[in-house]
Design a protein around this ligand. Sequence first.
Ligand SMILES: *Cc1c(COP(=O)(O)O)cnc(C)c1O
Length: 365
Amino acid sequence: MSIPLFASRAALEPLLPEIAERQRAVLEGGRYVLGPEVAAFESEFAEFVGTGHCVGLANGTDALEIGLRALGVEPGDEVVVPAFTFFATAEAVVALGATPVFCDVDPETWCMTAATAEPAITDRTRALVPVHIFGNPAPVGELLALAEPRGIRVLEDAAQAHGAELEGRMAGAIGDAAAFSFFPSKNLGGFGDGGALTTNDAEVAERARLLRTRGSVDKRTFTEVGFNSRLDELQAAGLRVLLPHLADWIEARRLAAGGYLDAGLGDLAQVQSETADGRSAWHILAVASEQRDRIASALADADIQARPYYEIPLYRQPALASWAPSAPLPEAERICSGILALPMGAALPEGARAEVVAAIRAALD
Ligand SMILES: *Cc1c(COP(=O)(O)O)cnc(C)c1O
């Protein structure tokens, strides 16, 4: 029996009839863009995250770009992003005409910290984008302490971190704003693309609402060039069925992560450490090992899915190479060269963890 990398489908299956029923009601209602389902999802997700506002958008990449613009980032400004993250984090910065400045990540948590961000800050820095990589919350509090006195804004990239916690609050509630994605593989994944911006700042929320409707409130006067970027009614209807289950699914992921550690995974390879005062949502459980390729081929032989996420520091992607730092960032380089994501998900079969760890142990013997 093969073990999938994203093991969540079985958790979703029993909910599909209810989702189909709610989506059918949307189809019959005839209101497909910015209607009651999006409004209800926005208030339910804001309550889950613990923010005053949530703005539903077309995807997580737009949430990053709209979030940066709503926070006042303009073309030519510098935005500090970690070198170890998904492409979209830097893509959004480039798309708005700002300059991505790459910083290294912490060797244990694999996140941006105040210590790794500070060397990348200049007098042109307007924002930091800490990424809660693999669901592990970056230390937003210390980043705010670094940023606020300098007039720098903090946008959390929470695309992988629905349900992660930091200092007793939800990831996405601490920074000036946070970008979420509801791409199907995420911890809260819809049935197509979707995203949201959460914030406690009413002005930022209002600006994001303006930007998602092409910079117009009345569809007649356009006060700035914005986006056509909305969460669809059909997606919102589906996400509303899933949201009440999210906390249980995160608990299942935490149990699975604990199971991997109990089976001895940490003795065989580096496992990402949780941030102090943080609880990871374990979107991805990855190891970093100098023996990555040996482990990967043994897992493939055992019909266990595993994949390097992300094997190249972003500044070495061809599209981003012109923003490469003057010297390679050593921790991003090390983690990328050894990274391997292992099967994880709310429906990971109980025996799978021990099976995966046994296959890795055998590969290294
Ligand atoms: C998925 C993801 C995004 C982008 O979200 P989309 O909805 O796919 O546009 C941004 N940042 C990170 C870290 C992601 O994992």
